[in-house]
Ligand binder design. Sequence first.
Ligand SMILES: Cc1cc2nc3c(=O)[nH]c(=O)nc-3n(C[C@H](O)[C@H](O)[C@H](O)COP(=O)(O)O)c2cc1C
Length: 275
Amino acid sequence: MPRKKTQPDNAQPEQAQPAKAQAKKAQKAVQELSGLYTYAPGMPWNPVEKVIMERRSIRAFKKEPLPDSMIRRILEAGRFAPSAGNAQPWKFAVIKSPEILAEMEKDAIRLCKILMWFLDYTRSDFRKKYLSIYTKLMIRLRYNEFHPVPFSLLKLIADGKAPVFHGAPTLILLIEDKRGVSRPPVDIGICGQTMVLTAHSLGAGTCWIGLVKLLMYYPKWRKRFGIEWPYELNDCLALGWQKGSLDGEVIREVQNVSWYEGGLDDPPRTERQGE
Ligand SMILES: Cc1cc2nc3c(=O)[nH]c(=O)nc-3n(C[C@H](O)[C@H](O)[C@H](O)COP(=O)(O)O)c2cc1C
């Protein structure tokens, strides 16, 4: 069963409280953060944990960008991320030009429309009959890219009901060097999330934008951003000051975790993490 809010050491959720009391308690919890480099069972989150737990994807930004000094600081956190063999298989590009950002948004939407024209076989009986077989095959072959979740987001974007880059005044492109050690995409994920958490800790909002990859269907964008072998666009971070309030909490699944604590042949004990 998914569960809404995470708490230190899986402490039992408390009884429902009136909003005011909850807000007061949350305020108190912030003041009661544990120090860094200590651990005691049941202690409140420390500042690093608090940043991790309260970070959310931000999908509405103020027009004004973050100061360059702050963006550099966020990049610096990425530069210091760990990577296999310390290969640092990445390069970054910061996009702040409103003209370029607007063109990227327009092209990403255009590509969504083209994709949906091919993929959405539910639009007519004719398409259902003749297109569904090819679409389903494509979904099977490229199951990550055409997963149902981004598929529904693609549809919303194609219908003009959702933006791609959420109007962020700055994007950081995470460009992967395919020559890295072992699995460079893992390094990029670590590097990007290090930047995301740093941004949050400095009061900025971020959102990963995997859909940026749509732009790689356009040779003009690959050329503009210098993305050619051995480089590949891996992902993108939208960055800026949060506008408005957050849209509800995103639930996380309870995880069944196997704990191997006995002898070589003893079965593991399963613990439900997050319950
Ligand atoms: C690699 C990656 C790619 C993502 N791509 C998008 C995207 O293209 N558009 C978007 O709105 N959110 C995107 N997200 C955000 C996820 O939807 C979000 O992290 C998830 O729903 C959990 O919500 P939270 O970040 O608020 O905790 C992406 C997240 C990750 C990690």
